[in-house]
Design a protein around this ligand. Structure first.
Ligand code: ADP
Ligand code: MG
Length: 421
């Protein structure tokens, strides 16, 4: 059957999103492949559709329980035989899932990478006919990625050990080092890496300079423009998440903080309230993000600077997944720079790449040049450039107006020294 027919019949979608068909055809032709699409652009379908067509079982490794849960709910709604193994399962449920897998009653089995360490599971896995290994959020395998998980390094070994003939890697991280790493570890041909564009014209990116004394007020004013709009406010430190949420709450905004220092059930509750539209504003560290697939996030506001362009692009990627206009605003301030300095991160970009970037931004006639920044940083291979450094360059090049006076500690002299990047 033609893949478009399968898409319509099994998934009730009218058309493929960019890149999907290409990846799906590679997988069905039994090639290992990688799909590098921006967040929210439909990477999961690249394994879900082939899984319904391939004779064997598709094994999906996912770094987060919430990701698995969302994908499983979706599959079950589409009547696709899928299950997940997570630590919450009772022994009887576990046994049931494994016997379904063994009797070929399952098309898709979702697990965490830690599951491979379980001896019983490994023994059972040996008897399954697994046709495809899918690695979701595959940048976790790379030390160069922003979310490295050492256990992911063992995945190529597992693929061999359990005789899985092909793999599919899914990620939104497009740094060349991460891609090279993924290709080498899973023997993926250059032609089998499908990358789609990162430009999203419904996102309006803005940088608004603030002072220490007015940053909270400016944030509040922005939120008050529409208190019903689902909004994520990103901060760097856990404590800031708490104080900013408290400040908003004291000003009659229904806001909650979210960070990795909270109990899992607290975090889950806040996340689900946000997902269900019962809570409009969430003030979070980067702990909140991976796997958030809420369609109508209207604003992603950075109270502090993101760590790098790469992080920035991931974080704003959570806005406007319904394609409706959404605001992504950074309340740039000297305080966040100081916090930022504690996070030494990223590669040192080539000086010439930065000059090229500045040159191209200066040439651009688009009113929202910030939007162009992401595709340019991709092209020029500087996605790991700390945003702080970029802001300094932009200011010095006279691109950011009004001027960022907070950067006065930087002079042209030390900026020209790449050791400072
Ligand atoms: P990603 O993993 O790239 O962040 P997902 O796979 O979670 O994105 O997909 C994002 C959303 O897009 C999901 O709600 C999914 O059901 C939807 N989607 C995927 N493919 C299509 C398609 N061809 N047409 C319409 N919606 C799609
Ligand atoms: Mg995904």
């Amino acid at each position: 059957m033609e893949v478009l027919e399968t898409l319509k019949n099994n998934f009730a979608f009218d058309a493929f999103k960019p890149g999907q068909k290409q990846v799906i055809e590679k997988v069905l032709a039994q090639r290992s492949a990688a799909a590098i699409f921006p967040t929210g652009s439909g990477k999961s379908l690249c394994y879900q559709l082939p899984a319904t067509q391939l004779p064997g079982l598709t094994l999906v490794v996912s770094p987060l329980l919430s990701l698995m849960k969302d994908q499983l709910d979706f599959l079950l709604k589409k009547n696709i035989k899928a299950a997940r193994l997570d630590h919450s399962l009772e022994r009887a449920e576990y046994n049931q899932v494994m016997s379904q897998a063994k009797n070929k009653q399952l098309k898709i089995l979702m697990i965490s990478v830690e599951r491979f360490k379980n001896e019983r599971f490994r023994a059972q896995l040996k008897h399954l006919d697994i046709g495809l290994l899918v690695i979701d959020e595959a940048h976790c395998i790379s030390e160069w990625g922003h979310n490295f998980r050492p256990d992911y390094l063992k995945l190529p070994q597992y693929q061999k050990e359990f005789n899985i003939p092909q793999s599919l890697l899914l990620t939104a991280t497009a740094t060349p080092k991460v891609i090279a790493d993924m290709r080498a570890k899973f023997s993926i041909d250059e032609d089998d890496v499908v990358v789609t564009g990162f430009y999203r014209n419904n996102l309006f990116l803005q940088m608004s300079p603030t002072l220490a004394v007015d940053r909270h007020e400016k944030l509040l004013a922005r939120i008050k423009q529409d208190i019903t709009a689902p909004t994520i406010v990103y901060v760097t430190l856990q404590k800031t998440a708490e104080t900013v949420a408290a400040y908003l709450a004291a000003n009659n905004i229904h806001a909650q903080h979210y960070h990795a220092g909270m109990k899992p059930d607290e975090r889950e509750l806040i996340q689900s309230q946000f997902m269900q539209g019962k809570l409009n504003v969430i003030v979070a560290t980067i702990a909140f993000g991976m796997g958030i697939d809420k369609k109508d996030v209207r604003r992603v506001l950075h109270f502090d600077l993101p760590k790098s362009i790469e992080n920035y692009s991931q974080e704003i990627g959570r806005a406007g997944r319904d394609d409706a206009a959404s605001l992504c605003e950074i309340f740039a301030n000297n305080d966040s720079l100081q916090v930022q300095e504690n996070f030494v991160y990223g590669d040192t970009p080539e000086q010439t790449s930065i000059q090229q970037l500045l040159h191209q931004i200066q040439q651009t006639t688009e009113p929202f040049w910030e939007t162009k920044l992401l595709s340019l940083s991709n092209e020029l291979n500087i996605r790991t450039l700390p945003l702080k450094t970029l802001l300094v360059y932009l200011e010095l090049a006279g691109i950011i107006k009004p001027k960022f006076t907070y950067f006065e500690e930087y002079s042209f002299k030390n900026i020209n020294n790449t050791a400072d990047l």
